[in-house]
Design a protein around this ligand. Sequence first.
Ligand SMILES: Nc1ncnc2c1ncn2[C@@H]1O[C@H](COP(=O)(O)OP(=O)(O)OP(=O)(O)O)[C@@H](O)[C@H]1O
Ligand SMILES: [Mg+2]
Length: 231
Amino acid sequence: MSAVPLLELESVTKAYPAAAGGTPLVILKDASLSVARAESVAIVGPSGSGKSTILNLLGGLDRPEAGRVLFEGRDLGTLSEPNLARFRNRSVGLVFQQHHLLPHATVLENVLIPALAEGGTVADAVVQRARQLLDRVGLSLRSDQLPGRLSGGERQRVALVRALINEPAVVLADEPTGALDHTNATEVARLLGDLNRETGVTLVVVTHSAELAAQCRRRLELRDGRLFASA
Ligand SMILES: Nc1ncnc2c1ncn2[C@@H]1O[C@H](COP(=O)(O)OP(=O)(O)OP(=O)(O)O)[C@@H](O)[C@H]1O
Ligand SMILES: [Mg+2]
């Protein structure tokens, strides 16, 4: 086992430009985070504190003004654009608060989209994997339906399968249960915890849900631009 963390923020500063030439809005100040492979980490914090910003940095969707974001010890800031795109597509699975499924594509087609992004065709083995994952989340009979016919919890489970289809090293989930009722939220929280324990996929989850946070081995609070261990 390598001791190199899977993902790291190293003294990261992130600021957004001010609206009309004023001082930039500093969101993260010297923030650091180290996530080991197969770990599960929940991030909590007030609205606007920078939680989504952290996931965007970890997923290579945004760059810090200062400090470094490292994946397996490599600085994402040094990757070429094609290598960064490959990192995003292969190593990271993103789950958003709203599922963002394509309404005119079936459940199976939706989950295969990240697998299509690189080659244009999908190997039979990948389709089989998609079916197995859909079965795993209890949706094997829904593969050929359109998302509009599914419940909120079912759609979020499809989004989770889509995030897992390329066998990412890490799933970055932004309020994945935020739009769900209690029963569906419980189900999705349990599923994320089970997948982490069974497959070793690393989880970084932003959540307001105590239930989902409890599924994670470590809880961090984002406060004043930095991350602190939380109860
Ligand atoms: N592209 C942007 N340009 C300017 N300001 C931005 C941009 N993206 C985010 N911000 C600001 O940065 C701050 C942090 O945003 P972020 O989305 O990370 O917060 P959050 O903790 O995820 O909040 P929430 O819990 O409401 O989702 C907010 O004040 C937001 O308005
Ligand atoms: Mg957010």
